[in-house]
Design a protein around this ligand. Sequence first.
Ligand code: ARG
Length: 463
Amino acid sequence: MSDKSSNQMWGGRFAAGPDAIMEAINASIGYDQRMAAQDIAGSRAHAAMLAATGIITDNDAQVIREGLLTVLSEIQGGTFEFSTALEDIHMNVEARLKEIIGEPAGRLHTARSRNDQVATDFKLWVRDQIDAAIEGIEALIKSLIGQAEAGADWVMPGFTHLQTAQPVTWGHHMMAYVEMFGRDLSRFRDARARMNESPLGSAALAGTSFPIDREMTAQALGFDRPTANSLDAVADRDFALEFLSCASITAMHLSRFAEELVIWSSAQFRFVTMSDKWSTGSSIMPQKRNPDAAELLRAKIGRIFGANVALMTVMKGLPLAYSKDMQEDKEQVFDAADNLMLALAAMTGMVSDMTGNRENLAAAAGSGFSTATDLADWLVRELNLPFRDAHHVTGSLVAMAESKGCDLPELTLEDMQSVHTAITRAVFDVLGVDNSVASRMSYGGTAPAQVRAQIARWKDLLT
Ligand code: ARG
C-alpha cells in the first residue's frame, strides 16, 4: 500500500483514508460480526470450489480453509480484534486471514465480490433463524395442545366484541391458537423453501469470467441450487422481508394471546392463574401479581412490525443491483429475530405453566345469557318456528330474565310459556352450558369430541 491510511482492501486508487464520520456511517462491523460463522462457511466453500475448478491450487485452498478455521475460533473465543476501519465482517475476516497465512489469503476473493458474499452470509443467517422460529413455534404448539388435552371439555364463555356470545370449551380456545401458529409454521416453511438458492458466484453483479462451479458451493452450503440471475441475486433481500413478514404475523398472533392472558389473569376474570415464574409483584401494592411477561410480549411485537416496515422502506425504489442502502438490512432483522425467539420462548413457558381455573371458567360460561342461541335453536327445531321469530321470542325471554335479575335456566316454565305457549319442559335441557357445547358437533365446532379429534390430528401432524 502506498498510503497507510487508505483502505488495504481497496485502497489502490485512494490517496487518503476516510473522514472519521464517514468511517462511522460506513462501518457495519459493530453488528454484522454476528454473521462471522456464516461468512467463514461461505469462504471455505468458495475456496474449495476455486481449487476444484483449478482457479487456485489445492495447497492454497487448504491453507485458506484451515486459516479460516483459526479466524473462526478466535472470533468464537472472543480474542478477535474487530476493526472499524475494515468496515465489515467480510474485510475483517480476510484481513486477519492475511495476517495468519500471508499471500494465499489474497487469492480467496477471486471470482467473488462482497456483494454476493454478503447476500450469501445473510441468507444463511436468516435461514438459521427460520429454523429456530419453526422449532420455537412447534414447542409452543405442543404446550397449547397440552392445555387443550387437560381441558378439552371445560366450559368457558366464548366472546365476540369481548361480550359473552356462546359457551365454548377451553380446549377449543387453545386449539384455535394451534391453528394460528400452525399457519405460521407453514408460512416459515414456504419462505425457507423459496429462499434456499445460493447467491455465491454472482460476484459483483454480472457473474464472473472464471470457470466457477456454483452448484458445488450451493451444495456445500445446504442450498437447493444456485440463483439464476446474478443481478437479482445481489440485489435481492426478499428472503429477509419474507422472514420479517412471517415473523410479523406470528408476532401478531402472540400479541393476541398475550392480551387474552392479561385479561384472563385479572381479578375481574380469574380465568387463569399465571405461574409465579411469569409474574411479578408490586413494590407498593402487596396484593398485586402482574402478568409482566405477557405485557412485554404484547409490546415487543411492535419492534418486529417496525423492522418489517423499515426494511421495506430501505428496499423501496432501489435501482439494480447492489446499493449500500442494503447494509441497513441487518440490524432490523437481527433485532426482530432476537425478539421473536424470546417472545416464542416466553409464551411457551407461560402456557405450559399456567393453570386454567375450571370453576371460574364454568361460572362465567353460564352467565350473560350465553345459551340464548341454544334456546332459539330449540324453538326452531322443536316448534318449527322460523329462526327470525325464534330470535324474537328468545329476546323477550332474555329481557324477562334480565328484569328478574336471573339467568335463562332460572326462569320457570310458566315464565317461558307466557312468551310462547308451546314451550315445554324439555327446553331446560338445552339451557345448560355442558349440553350447549356438547351439541356443537359440526366439524371444527366446540364440542369436546370435536376438540379431541383436532388434538389427535395435530399430534399426528407433529410426529
Ligand atoms: N457491508 C456491506 C453490506 O452489508 C457488504 C457489501 C459491500 N459491498 C460494496 N460494494 N460496498 O451490505
